[in-house]
Ligand binder design. Structure first.
Ligand code: GLU
Length: 417
């Protein structure tokens, strides 16, 4: 049976409704949370290298600022569309709420293919976007960060452009910046570190010994490659990884550091000596203990969820599991650590970065990692206890924790009467 392609905006509305109903909240909570409070579409011209003018379309969606300024990444991707950006901003609200961060959710996007642009064109697309949204962002209003195909250099250009508009350095505008202009130690590895922290906590709860536990990682980019290394350092056996060009599988395991060096030289993990190629689909259904989807949305679907053999799925990517697949995994007794908890390490260290910028006082990497681990474990426990008490999935539990926190803020601010 073909799975209906769900619009992510409809998926997140459904997730919010479920939580509002379970918590028996005032109807106004759902009415307020079911869409962003603001979503700006911008169209701006960029002079291309050949001298022509191209108009780029971008967005910034701000979902809810009841607990603090909005926060979330900006993605550069040809497939960006408004409902996706809105949904991602809504997921950010709940991601921040699960971690107890003083932020609401935001997300931005520009429809473009950065792989087909020169560095100068990417710089102009970046500066143009921040100019176009400058009225609604700022260190106390809405703080963007890296997301798909954006990086510290892009954050630096945006901070520079915004600082010119404001006529003062505004390092607190963006997070995920290069270290030299107020970036935080540990931000680059934070998403993977947070994900591995909660995956190991889940393994402990389920009686899985991490020493020798078999781990498969879909996507060997920033989050996936670091997650594989940290799992390996914890004693796990990495049996499969892949990237957009192919995969590498060896049931006896391999060293992810060596395969990273191989990928840096050859552009892909495929062909790494001693491993067999494996398709992305086959990787997801491998016999393993922990599966880490760290690539794209909608990877675990009704078509393959029935064949998943992992005991734990830790969602490093945003939205890798469809609602149908989620139900199937739960019925099979597989523990899914939802994206809004599993990949929240990135925004958590973004919060630390912003705090450091506002205080102008910088922390060591060790301090960052220790605080990150504490916050991830505290949030994991809150979600685990809710899932135990309510006998619901970890995803539903995370939404219960998150929606309740945002509702409390809206109630005390007088938005619900
Ligand atoms: N884009 C990342 C996410 O989806 C990080 C957001 C941030 O650091 O603000 O969580």
């Amino acid at each position: 049976m073909a799975e209906k392609t769900l619009n992510p905006f409809e998926i997140v509305q459904h997730q919010i409704k479920e939580a509002c109903d379970a918590l028996k909240l005032e109807p106004a909570v759902f009415e307020i949370l079911k869409q962003p409070m603001r979503c700006l579409e911008v169209n701006y011209p960029v002079t291309m290298d050949d001298g022509s003018i191209k108009v780029f379309t971008g967005f910034r969606s701000q979902h809810n600022d009841a607990v603090g300024p909005t926060k979330g990444g900006i993605r550069f991707h040809p497939g960006v569309y408004v409902d996706e950006v809105k949904a991602l901003s809504m997921w950010m609200t709940f991601k921040c709420a699960v971690l107890g961060l003083p932020y609401g959710g935001g997300k931005g996007g520009v429809i473009c293919n950065p792989k087909g642009l020169s560095a100068r064109e990417i710089e102009e697309v970046s500066r143009g976007w921040i100019r176009a949204v400058s009225q609604i962002v700022g260190p106390e209003k809405d703080i963007p960060a890296p997301d798909v195909y954006t990086n510290p250099q892009i954050m630096a250009w945006m901070v520079d452009e915004f600082s010119k508009i404001r006529e003062q350095n505004s390092f607190g505008l963006m997070t995920g910046k290069p270290l030299i202009i107020g970036g935080s130690a540990g931000r680059g590895e934070a998403t993977a570190r947070g994900c591995v922290t909660v995956a190991l906590a889940a393994a402990k709860k389920m009686g899985i010994n991490v020493k020798g536990a078999r781990v498969a990682v879909q996507g060997f980019g920033n989050a996936g490659s670091v997650a594989a290394r940290l799992m390996y350092d914890a004693g796990a056996k990495i049996i499969a990884v892949n990237d957009s060009r192919g995969g590498a599988y060896n049931p006896d395991g391999f060293d992810p550091n060596a395969i990273l060096a191989y990928k840096e030289k050859n552009g892909t993990v495929k062909g790494y000596p001693g491993t067999k190629d494996i398709s992305s689909g086959d990787l997801l259904t491998l016999d393993c203990d922990i599966l880490i989807p760290a690539a794209l949305e909608n990877q675990l679907t009704s078509a393959n969820a029935g064949s998943v053999k992992a005991k734990i799925v830790a969602e490093a990517a945003n939205g890798p599991t469809t609602p149908e697949a989620d139900a199937t995994l739960r019925s099979k007794g597989i523990l899914v650590i939802p994206d809004i908890l599993a990949n929240a390490g990135g925004v958590t260290v973004s919060y630390f970065e912003w705090v450091q910028n506002l205080a102008n006082f910088y922390w060591t990497e060790e301090e960052v990692n220790t605080k990150l681990e504490q916050m991830m474990l505290r949030s994991f426990d809150a979600v685990w206890n809710m899932h135990d008490a309510q006998n619901c999935s970890m995803r539903q539990a995370a939404y219960l924790v998150a929606v309740d926190r945002v509702a409390q803020a809206m109630r005390v601010r007088g938005w619900l009467k």
